[in-house]
Design a protein around this ligand. Sequence first.
Ligand code: ADP
Ligand code: 5GP
Length: 193
Amino acid sequence: MSPAPVIVVTGPSGAGKGTLIAELLRRLPQLEHAVSATTREQRPGEVDGREYWFLSPEEFERRLRAGDFLEYRIYVSGKRYGTLHSELERIKKAGRVCVLELETVGAMTVKRSVPGTVTIFISASVAELERRLKERATETHTEIGERLRLAREQLEQAGEFDHVIVNDELEHAADELERVVRRELALAATIEP
Ligand code: ADP
Ligand code: 5GP
């Protein structure tokens, strides 16, 4: 039996990655979210250590120099986001399956560096992303504009990932994500390393 795959969920801001991952974790309790570190501001309702480890730029830099990150990216507005080795190790040690939520470049980096990584791109139209980001109202008008500009580029890369799920109707997309992940887990369980 080969080791459980690492599941990476990627796609543009507002596609519904966070929403779909939360639903996936409810449906498949053997999965666990690997909490990234970030220098962006904490949104209302977010908890340090649950959505992210919220670090100061100095602390992020210190941990980067200490070699704590598997990968990191500077996203919009100069904010940094990074995958911690310690999170992957913790989840693996507990015998659970790791789920990462990453922007597209980080998703590709993890795919290249961690054997057995499965990448799933969550997609929605630019008009719908704009509507959702405005409705979510967690970023300024300027930052939403930056996120949408980047989204146009990211949507063109969708075909480079292992699976693409269009998140139009939430329940339908959640069912498809569950089906894809169940199939990948079953596949990994039958393949010799
Ligand atoms: P991401 O993590 O990709 O940035 P979120 O999960 O935060 O996206 O979703 C962005 C917003 O869109 C949230 O307010 C969420 O409730 C909403 N949303 C997610 N999926 C759908 C959907 N299928 N239809 C309508 N709204 C959605
Ligand atoms: P947000 O500010 O909306 O939470 O996240 C912005 C983007 O950063 C999202 O696309 C999210 O998936 C991505 N992201 C979150 N954590 C990481 C990480 O550790 N590495 C990379 N490369 N991207 C991340």
